[in-house]
Design a protein around this ligand. Sequence first.
Ligand code: WTA
Length: 637
Amino acid sequence: MEIKNDLQIKSFAEYKKVYKQSTENPEEFWNQVAEKFTWKKRWDNTLAYDFNKPEVSWFSGGKLNITENCLDRHLKTQPNRNAIIWEPNNPNEESRHITYRQLYVKVCQFANVLKNNGIKKGDRVCLYMPMIPELVVAMLACARIGAIHSVVFAGFSSTALSSRINDSSSKLLITANEYYRGTKAIPLKEICDEALKNYNTIEKVIVYRRTINEVSMQKNRDVYWFDELQKVDLEAPAETMDAEDPLFILYTSGSTGKPKGMVHTTGGYMVGTTYSFQNVFQPEPEDRYWCTADIGWITGHSYIVYGPLLAGVTSVMFEGVPSYPDYGRFWEIIEKFKITHFYTAPTAIRSLAKQPLSHIEKHNLNSLKVLGSVGEPINEEAWHWFNDNIGKSHCPIVDTWWQTETGSIMISPLAGITSTRPCFASLPLPGVQPALLDENGKEIIFNGQKAEGSLAIKAPWPAMARTVWNDHQRYKDVYFSAYPGMYFTGDGAYRDATGNYRITGRVDDVVIVSGHNLGTAPIENAINEHEKVAESAIVGYPHEVKGNALYAYVILFNPDDASDELRQEIKQEITRTIGAIAKPDKIQFVKELPKTRSGKIMRRILRKIASKDVSNLGDTSTLLNGNIIDDIIQNTI
Ligand code: WTA
C-alpha cells in the first residue's frame, strides 16, 4: 500500500486546518495517521500521559513490528525500488544499490545470526560501525527480533564506547575490522578490544570485514559477520512487539555527568518519523533522498534509516567526508545519483562555502528539489550561500528543529508549502505544541507580538523519548522539572509577529560544536583527570565554521606547569575519554575561576570573555572573587 499521498499535506491552507485539528483533538489526528501502517493488532488506547510523573504512552495495546512496515509492506508494491544507495569513502570503489527485496533478505538473514548468537527479545545490542549498509541491516535485524539497538557513533573513543556498553548492559557488539574516512584508517576493532579490556557486559563480537586487513580475533568471543551468515536461513518471522516496547537507545550528552541513554519506543516512533518525513520533505516515489548525517546520531536514525524506509523512499548513504578526495565530493554525489533531497548540517555548509565555487560549477545539480538543514542554528550567510549556490534559488530550504529526545522533527517548514525565511525553523508540525516561557516560567501566549524565551513543548507527541535508560529520575529532572507540566527543550527561541520560530541556541550547559551536542561537564571531568589539573571550566564561543568552538579555562595545581605541551596532553586526555570532537580549540591556564558565593562557576562571564565580548559583563560584585576577572581577560587567547 502506498502510504505517501494520503499522509502529505498539500497546501498551506491545509496545513493550517490540519494543525488546528491536531491540537484540538490529538488522539483523533494521530489515530488517522497510525491507521496507515501495518499493525498485528490495533491499539486500545491512543494516548495516556502525565507529564508530572512523567509517563507517556502512545497506541498502547497495539502490536506490531516496525520492520514489517519498513520492509515487508513494500515488497508487495515496490520490491525492486532501491531502499539504499550507498556511496563509499573512496570514489574508485563501486557504489552499492540495495532494493527493498534485497534489504528484506539481508535483514532476515542477519536477524537469524543475532538469534544464533544468543540474542533474544529485549536484549541490548551495541553497534559501533562505519556508515555502511550493514549498519542499517544490523539495526533492522535487531528490530526484527525485538532486540534493542544502541548505536554508538564510530568517532567516539574506547572509553566512551565502554561506558555506553555497560550502561545499557549490551550483550553483543557489532563492529567492523576497520574503515577509511578520507585518507584516515580507523581501526574500529582495535578500539573495541580496548573498550572490552576491563569489566564489560559483552559476550560476543560480530566483525564485518570492511577492508582486507586482518585484525586480532579473540577465541570464543569474536566471530566474522560473513561466517555467521553461512549458518542461517533466509527467513525470519517478525517478532510481535508492543507499541511501547523499546526500539532503541541512543546516547546524548547532558549538561551534567554521564551521557543519557534516551529510550525510543516502537509504535509512536514509527508513526512520528514517517509523518514528519513525509510532510517536511514531501518526497515522491521516484525521488532519491540523501541525508549526510552519521547514523550514530538521531538524524541518521530517524531520517536515513527509519523515516525514509518506512515511507518507501530511496535513502542515499555516504561513508566518507565532504573533503575527500576534494571539496567537490558532495556535489559529485548529487550529480551521480541525481539526488532530489539534500539534508545536511550548517557546519558542513559553512565549511563548503569557504571553498572555491568551481567545485560546485563542475557538477550538474539540477535534480535537486528540496534542501534541508539540521543540528544547530543556520546563520544568515550560510543560508543564503546554500540557497543561491546549491538550491539555485528554486529549492525550498527546510530548517528542521528537533532533538535526540524528540525523535522526530518538531518545528520546520514543509517543503514547498510553508514560506521560508533565513534562520527560521518556522512553524510547528501538526501535533506539536510549542510554548515560549519567560524568565518566571510563565507562558508567553502568542498574541501577534514578537517574543523571546525558553522553548518548551506543552503536550506529548508520538516519537518522544519515554525515559533515560535505567534512570527515569534523570528523565524527570532534566526535561520535566524546569517547567512542571511541560517538556523543556534546553533551547531558547524567538517568535516573530506571525508566529514563526527562530531557535536561538542552548540555554543550558550543552555546547553544539559542528552540529554535535557536547555537554560541558563530561569534558571538564576528562580535563580534571590530568594529574596536574586542579579544576576546569568549558564554555562555547562563536566559530566561523563549527558554529561554536570550545574554550577551556584550566587551573593547575602548580601554575609553573603551564605549557603548550600540557595543552596537548589535556587534549589527548579528552580524545581518549570522549573523542576528538570534544577537543577545545583554546586552553587558557588561569589562577582561579569566577564563582558565585555558593561556589558555582559563572559560565556566563567566561562565555563572554571567550567570545571577546567584555563590554558588558553584568554585575560581578556579587561574586566571591570578582577581582580575578581582569586577569582572565588580559590573558585571553
Ligand atoms: C540544536 C539533532 C537550531 C538545538 C536533531 C537542539 C537546532 C539540539 C536545530 C539537539 C535547528 C537542532 N536550528 N538549532 N534547525 N536542530 N538544533 O540531540 O540546540 O543532536 O536542542 O539532535 O541541536 O541536538 P541533537
